[in-house]
Design a protein around this ligand. Structure first.
Ligand SMILES: Cc1cc2nc3c(=O)[nH]c(=O)nc-3n(C[C@H](O)[C@H](O)[C@H](O)COP(=O)(O)O)c2cc1C
Length: 371
């Protein structure tokens, strides 16, 4: 199918980026590769690279790879973070819980790294210099001057919101669109206002509230796994659906084989939202790592400190393909993956989503005609 085919159902967002269907392949640190982004873009979705953990140099290299393989629009995602400067006691306390787990992989006691996360300002300047077509953000909001710099560089700016106040903050800063991240979503919560309350507004409730409050395009994320979900998101007023978990089993995704197996075996109650692994609330499949670190909540350091301190352990677990010590980020919809062929390419998945979404839209308009 020709990726540039537009449909009578296409939204303004889909038309703007010449999408075959109103679909965003979610940016996912640890899973979204340049190959996944390119395959998604070339199949007619908006492919997005999770670049929150990359240095500015790495971002430049990966953007060059994407540009060499597709002429279509693509997106890149960053974490809005202040530099972390934890005190020694915080680091020592956190390592008190992490070191015994490191020992199980033969790793020596952990130490404070030189840097807990890449420098956000350097990442942002790089992305502006690279004139990336779509740039999305999570974990915080930019000020209006930075949004204006991005727009002057030709970027379309998307902010992530988990409740109305965050969405209004992004709109007021000048964002072009907001990604509504419902509680069902896999991975880190984007929450940055009232984060200590861990607000968990579900996608079905969040999307129409943001649509009514904002007056700028809303993308729906969280629990959307198939064409029915895309049609439902559009019915709620979203201009596109952003799917993450649905892309995890794709051939181009970077996740470990044991993560794939655990996704395939998961049920609707397999995931939990925890801050024990990284210091920031995130949804993933419950495993030994989550249980062991949750057992001592007072030892958990804030993000990105805890994230950096558990990183070597999780990397060792990935090398050993031992899912019990990975961060198995996944959404509540993962069991719906069972209808799909494991390890298929993103293009095949997008073909299926397109057919399903069109069929679901036809059914919905058929019901309307019966009224
Ligand atoms: C493994 C994984 C990694 C993720 N990494 C990011 C990220 O780097 N940046 C971001 O904005 N969202 C990230 N997310 C959240 C997704 O963008 C999206 O909100 C979520 O996947 C949608 O819900 P779903 O998983 O139910 O489809 C991640 C999600 C997963 C599953």
């Amino acid at each position: 199918m020709n990726a540039s085919t537009t449909s009578r159902h296409a939204t303004a967002f889909a038309r703007r980026f010449d999408l075959r269907l109103p679909l965003v392949q979610a940016p996912m640190v640890g899973a979204s590769t340049t190959a996944l982004v390119v395959a998604s873009c070339n199949a007619g979705a908006l492919g997005c690279l999770g670049a929150g953990a990359m240095t500015a140099e790495k971002i430049a290299a990966e953007v060059a790879q994407i540009r060499a393989a597709t002429s279509r629009a693509f997106g890149l995602n960053l974490f809005v973070l202040e530099p972390a400067a934890p005190d020694d006691a915080t680091v020592r306390r956190a390592l008190g819980a992490i070191d015994p787990l490191r020992a199980e992989f033969g790793l020596p006691p952990g130490r404070a790294p030189e840097r807990y996360a890449p420098a956000f300002r350097e990442q942002l300047d790089q992305v502006i210099a690279l004139r990336v077509p779509v740039v999305s953000f999570t974990f915080g909001v930019l000020d209006a001057a930075d949004v204006a710099r991005l727009k002057a560089a030709g970027s379309y700016v998307i902010g992530t919101a988990t409740h109305v106040a965050e969405a209004l903050a992004w709109r007021d800063a000048g964002a072009d669109a907001v990604c509504a991240q419902g509680a069902e979503a896999g991975g880190h919560r984007g929450t940055f206002i009232d984060a200590e309350k861990n607000p968990l507004v579900g996608t079905m409730a969040l999307v129409p509230q943001l649509v009514d409050a904002l007056g700028i395009p809303v993308l729906a994320a969280g629990g959307i796994m198939d064409g029915r979900g895309i049609a439902a998101a559009l019915a709620l007023g979203a201009q596109a659906a952003q799917l993450g978990t649905a892309f995890l089993p794709c051939a181009e995704s970077a996740i470990a084989n044991d993560w794939r197996r655990r996704l395939a075996a998961s049920s609707d109650t397999s995931t939990a939202v925890t801050r024990a692994i990284t210091g920031r609330y995130a949804r993933g499949i419950r495993n030994t790592l989550m249980d062991r670190l949750e057992a001592e909540p007072a030892l958990v350091a804030p993000y990105p400190v805890q994230n950096a301190l558990t990183q070597e352990l999780r990397q060792a677990a990935a090398r050993a393909d031992r899912g019990e010590f990975l961060s198995l980020w996944s959404g509540q919809g993962a069991p719906l993956l069972r209808g799909r062929q494991a390890g298929c390419g993103a293009a095949e998945l997008i073909d299926a989503l397109d057919a399903e979404w069109r069929a679901a839209s036809m059914r919905a308009s058929g019901f309307a005609a019966l009224e």
